[in-house]
Design a protein around this ligand. Structure first.
Ligand SMILES: Nc1ncnc2c1ncn2[C@@H]1O[C@H](COP(=O)(O)OP(=O)(O)OP(=O)(O)O)[C@@H](O)[C@H]1O
Length: 447
């Protein structure tokens, strides 16, 4: 067969697979799948066209979403975080619909289409990312997180492939299937730890010590550890702690950061893990200038200080999102202060309700949430809503959610989908901006 003939055959197969994966049922009048973008452990994502407005969107399909409690809870968490949130650094959920499946309903989340992810930017280009662009990406992650953390919600699965970016350097946090309200829940924690130990190996390099060592986890600090790992990955162009198994990851972290304190060791719940760590003997913390040392450039003292303060073994010593946004490394590039609205209280209430539901209750809640979202998303009010107001599940305005706290941020933008530009940072130069955009664009091209 000729090469063009073979390529046509491959295209045809890809097209058939796309049509098989994305059968939109009644919504096929509104959306048509164009190409596969990627797949994660729980969903497949495609680029699609919204036919009436002729806009391009991303549609994530969670197949058989109600089939198991884990999948149903994951889907419900993602819907409940995203449906009431409007923040320029968090992916926007535009619509939700479902189709029947043999094992449970298939749920489709329609989102703004982004050009790629931070993973593509870091690993798709041979050029290193300049400091001002590193700071710009980091700032946007921290800003999105700050919005969530203010409401006590932790993302819990931050990694470069979940940070979506456009070639104008705008970043949005995505994939909220692991997101959870920071509160104690023994039964669920145990179930989640089993889950972490088995299926969720892909995110090992970003897993905070309290999850890795099986310790009580009750704060948003898990995200700040991941932010540190992602920060270092942007500087190094490789993973900071590149473990491929739980024990391998524990060894790498301990070799770099030293033996955990007695306080940490005594709160480890898993005897095997504690024995494993004790078996390493007394290990010294290595200096950050050695741990984060790219071959071709020097890392500034400020960057190393921020990194060391984020990647602290002890969650209580780790920088909070507020402290990180005030760190001199970030302030160097984002010195201006302004205020922004806080995450609606309704999101917090909705999230809290998810955690203790049984499988049948999860299925009912999922059906109700998708149904109500179908109604809400088709009303014009849904489009115009910002983070200061919210809807109840039956589409009514919820007055309790209109109260917003004002928190300070170092951005000139307070709400809405402002376009990002490195030009807005006083210390960035035009030539740097051009180089950086090339890095971002060439990273995307490798996608
Ligand atoms: N709105 C979007 N625009 C562009 N690409 C997207 C969008 N949402 C997700 N993607 C890409 O699709 C892929 C899979 O998405 P996602 O991570 O949400 O699925 P998942 O099953 O929840 O993944 P994971 O295994 O990380 O938990 C990722 O590579 C991501 O970068």
């Amino acid at each position: 067969m000729t090469k063009p003939g073979f390529n046509r055959l491959l295209d045809d197969l890809a097209r058939r697979q796309l049509l098989l994966d994305f059968q939109f049922g009644e919504a096929s009048e509104q959306y048509s799948a164009l190409r596969n973008i990627g797949a994660g452990a729980f969903g497949v994502v495609c680029e699609a066209e919204e036919t009436t407005e002729q806009t391009r969107v991303a549609i994530k399909k969670i197949g058989h979403a109600s089939a198991t409690p884990t999948l149903a809870r994951r889907t419900l968490r993602e819907i409940r975080v995203l449906r009431h949130i409007r923040h320029e650094n968090i992916i926007r959920l535009r619509d939700i619909f479902r189709t029947p499946g043999t094992l449970g309903i298939n749920v489709y989340l329609v989102m703004d289409l982004m050009e790629g992810s931070l993973h593509h930017v870091i690993h798709g280009s041979i050029d290193a990312i300049e400091d001002d662009l590193v700071a710009h990406f980091l700032y946007q992650v921290i800003r999105g997180l700050r919005y969530l953390h203010t409401a006590g919600i932790a993302h819990r699965d931050l990694k470069p492939s979940n940070l979506l970016v456009n070639s104008d350097c705008h970043l949005r946090i995505a994939d909220f299937g692991m997101a959870k309200l920071a509160m104690r829940n023994e039964v669920d924690e145990l179930e989640e730890h089993c889950f972490y130990m088995t299926q969720h190996v892909a995110t090992l390099p970003y897993r905070a010590p309290e999850l890795l060592f099986v310790m009580p986890e009750h704060s948003t600090a898990v995200d700040m550890w991941a932010v540190g790992c992602i920060f270092a990955e942007m500087i190094l162009s490789r993973e900071l702690f590149p473990g491929r198994s739980v024990s391998g990851q524990i060894k790498i972290v301990c070799n770099m950061l030293g033996t955990p304190s007695q306080k940490i060791l005594s709160s480890i719940r898993c005897d095997r893990t504690r024995r494993l760590i004790e078996g390493y003997g007394a290990l010294e913390q290595r200096p950050w200038s050695e741990i984060c040392a790219p071959p071709d450039r020097e890392v500034s003292e400020l960057a190393l200080d921020l990194l060391g303060s984020l990647c602290k073994l002890d969650a209580e010593e780790r920088l909070s999102v507020e402290q990180a946004i005030d760190h001199s490394f970030i302030k160097l590039y984002h010195p201006t202060k302004s205020s922004e609205r806080a995450c609606p209280f309704k999101v917090k209430m909705d999230m809290a309700a998810v955690e203790n539901l049984s499988h049948p209750e999860l299925t009912d809640a999922l059906m109700a949430d998708v149904r109500s979202a179908e109604r809400v998303s088709s009303s014009p009010e849904f489009e115009n809503r910002d983070c200061s107001s919210s809807m109840t599940s039956d589409g009514m305005k919820d007055s309790a959610t209109t109260t917003t706290a004002s928190v300070t941020t170092s951005s000139g933008n307070s709400s809405g989908d402002a376009n990002y530009s490195l030009n807005s940072t006083p210390s960035s130069k035009d030539d740097t901006l051009n180089i950086d955009r090339e890095v971002v664009s060439s990273g995307m091209a490798s996608r």
